[in-house]
Design a protein around this ligand. Structure first.
Ligand code: IFM
Length: 458
């Protein structure tokens, strides 16, 4: 193991998770996504995504940042894999950029784009790191957005064709596929609140987008299974308890509403063929006969992304009847201002396992902030270590309570392009200097290596 990362255990805070609770094949990993790290936005035939366009709209992204270069992972992937290998991670969750593979979203494939993920996957396997491939982490091809994007029902077929191509090309080496990452964010923020690309704030567009995304999920699962019957397919959802902002009693209803939008709108129809009762009537205009059966598909695993509870307050002026609330002033918070509540994580994991009855993988968990190197160049991100220690411990408690949890992926391997916050909010175990693109493992990378070490087989 590389000395830069594997500092002596005695220098590190002890890991409190009892690793004896874990299955022998428990999978420790890290997660990233295409637009947030790849860069090379205009190279080798990649088409535009909605994020390339959104980032150029004035005032959308802090400091006018873009993902044009990001971490330059497209060129530095080998160095990034070496960092993972040195940490001892056994799995890497990444997403394929739809516009890199199909520059116009459908039609002609871009062989240079396919060659990039071939190189990435082969190098991961050489390093004995399992590739976990997510098909959609928000970078929709702009050419499809020009046709209505997720509001156009045809997108279910376009997405299934894209999924088939990816399964065809990589399914010989990739075993785990995810259809979507956090569909509640890409639809709610992208189509109802206008905070994310494509920047639409229209209730009816939002409901259409959500239904079509669900149809696309079902169609993609079928397409992958047809081509690769042994693939293990899942979907990745936010699971965050929604709490009423303190104050008015009507905030309780606002919290129930946000819960339906945030936690239920996607996994419920995908698993049980039904929309959550509070918003089912809103989904009806987009539905055609047989749709719910098309959406509901057998899955092999359930991905949980969790960071903190979220808060809601009633807001009569908002088209959805709720607004984002604030955490109580007393709540302990990360550098990014998200409240820290490991017990909520434990409860979410137990509840997801009971409700969906599938093996659970924590596909994202981590802590954001503005870590900077000290005078010696070291990054002593103690707050992140404290957070990760408390949350992995809470995961252990969920396992002790019987939840079938099979893996945990830290968000994120690298500091990266954090959407509207640009490069100001850092989640990486590895620091990236966005001027020089130099990577420096933080203290948390050493801590994570130490946590993984007792479970390693090599
Ligand atoms: O960076 C994001 C990621 O793209 C989706 N889940 C939450 C992360 C932190 O905000």
């Amino acid at each position: 193991m590389n000395d830069k990362i594997a500092a002596p255990q005695s220098e590190l805070p002890g890991a409190e998770l009892d690793t004896a609770l874990l299955r022998p094949d428990f999978l420790w990993g890290v997660s990233t996504s295409s637009y947030q790290i790849e860069g090379a936005a205009h190279e080798d035939g990649r088409g535009l995504s909605i994020w390339d366009v959104f980032c150029r709209q004035k005032g959308r992204i802090a400091n006018g940042d873009t993902g044009d270069i990001a971490c330059d992972h497209y060129h530095r992937y080998a160095e990034d894999i070496a960092l993972m290998r040195d940490m001892g991670v056994r799995a890497y969750r990444f997403s394929t950029a739809w516009p890199r593979l199909l520059p116009r979203g459908r039609g002609a494939a871009n062989e240079q784009g396919f060659a990039f993920y071939d190189r990435l996957i082969d190098r991961l396997l050489e390093a004995r790191i399992e590739p976990w491939l997510c098909l959609y982490h928000w970078d929709l091809p702009q050419s499809l957005d020009d046709l209505g994007g997720w509001t156009n029902r045809d997108i279910a077929g376009w997405f299934a064709d894209y999924a088939a191509l990816v399964a065809q090309r990589y399914g010989d080496r990739v075993k785990h596929f995810a259809t979507f990452n956090e569909p509640s964010v890409s639809t709610l923020f992208g189509y109802a609140l206008g905070w994310n690309a494509p920047g639409i704030a229209d209730k009816s567009s939002y409901y259409k987008a959500a239904h079509h995304l669900n149809l696309a999920h079902g169609a993609a699962v079928d397409a992958i299974r047809d081509l690769r019957p042994s693939a293990l397919i899942g979907a990745i959802h936010n699971r965050q308890p929604v709490l009423p902002e303190s104050g008015k009693p009507e905030n309780a209803h606002a919290a129930a509403l946000l819960d339906a939008h945030w936690n239920l709108l996607f996994p419920e129809p995908q698993s049980f063929a039904a929309y959550p009762a509070l918003i089912a009537h809103e989904m009806e205009p987009s539905q055609k006969a047989g749709d719910m059966a098309r959406i509901c598909r057998r899955l092999d695993w359930f991905g949980v992304n969790h960071y903190s509870p979220i808060y809601a307050r009633a807001d009569a002026a908002s088209q959805l009847g709720f607004a984002w609330g604030k955490p109580p002033a007393s709540a302990q918070q990360t550098g990014a201002g998200w409240s820290i509540h490991p017990d909520a994580f434990r409860d979410v994991l137990i509840a997801a396992w009971r409700r969906y009855g599938l093996p659970i993988y924590v596909t994202e968990n981590g802590s954001g902030g503005n870590d900077a190197p000290d005078a010696t160049g070291a990054i002593a991100d103690k707050a992140r270590i404290d957070y990760l220690r408390a949350y992995t411990h809470a995961m252990g408690e969920a396992i002790r309570a019987g939840a079938d949890i099979r893996g945990y992926f830290v968000w994120s391997l690298l500091d990266n392009f954090e959407w509207g916050a640009g490069f100001t909010n850092r989640f990486g175990l590895v620091h990236v200097d966005f001027k020089t693109l130099r990577r420096t493992p933080k203290a948390s990378a050493r801590w994570y290596a130490g946590l993984i070490r007792p479970t390693r087989k090599d």
